[in-house]
Write a protein that binds this ligand. Structure first.
Ligand SMILES: [Zn+2]
Length: 175
């Protein structure tokens, strides 16, 4: 894949965008990260200081900023992450839709939902098992009842994909 990506008609190197956003929104305080393109999940690997971006039809600025917020405050989309997103929005970052998407607790599309399971695999404490993750994320997103059982056959098939994303996340975090 090319190092250069097209963003609103101009070619911007995501590595340069990182440097630019670090100055603009973080006062240059984020450590140096390597920014790479991927056809896999967009993600932030803090220990390796790497951010992976999957452009996949979405706005690269938004994806990069999303991952930079993880670089700043860690994993998960809880209060810390949301507060940091709000701070960036006040500085002019185009993150309103991200804030909307994650602050409602409803992850809109199955792609985003699969990302959540992948992230959980990467970030959840090692002793969390699949049934626990399934119950926690599944119930929160309406896929399962509160005991972790899928609400329909379609959702049960979806959970199989979710489980393999979770396992892949685990493999990234604990190779
Ligand atoms: Zn995220």
């Amino acid at each position: 894949m090319s190092e250069l990506i097209s963003n609103r008609g101009e070619c911007k190197d995501p590595q340069n965008m990182f440097a630019e956003y670090n100055q603009l929104y973080f006062g240059g305080r984020l450590p140096q990260y390597k920014v790479l393109l991927t056809i896999d999940h967009s993600r932030c690997e803090r220990r390796k200081r790497r951010i992976y971006i999957n452009p996949d039809g979405e706005d690269v600025s938004v994806i990069l900023l999303h991952e930079m917020v993880h670089a700043a405050v860690g994993s998960g989309h809880g209060k810390k992450w949301l507060d940091e997103v709000r701070r960036l929005i006040e500085l002019g970052a185009p993150l309103q839709e991200e804030l909307q998407r994650y602050s409602t607790g409803i992850v809109a599309t199955s792609k985003h939902l699969l990302d959540e399971f992948f992230d959980a695999g990467m970030d959840a404490p090692p002793d969390w098992t699949w049934p626990e993750i399934r119950r926690y994320l599944g119930y929160r997103s309406g896929i399962t009842d509160k005991h972790g059982s899928a609400r329909s056959r379609r959702l049960s098939r979806f959970l199989r994909r979710a489980r393999s994303e979770f396992s892949r996340g685990r493999a990234f975090a604990h190779p």
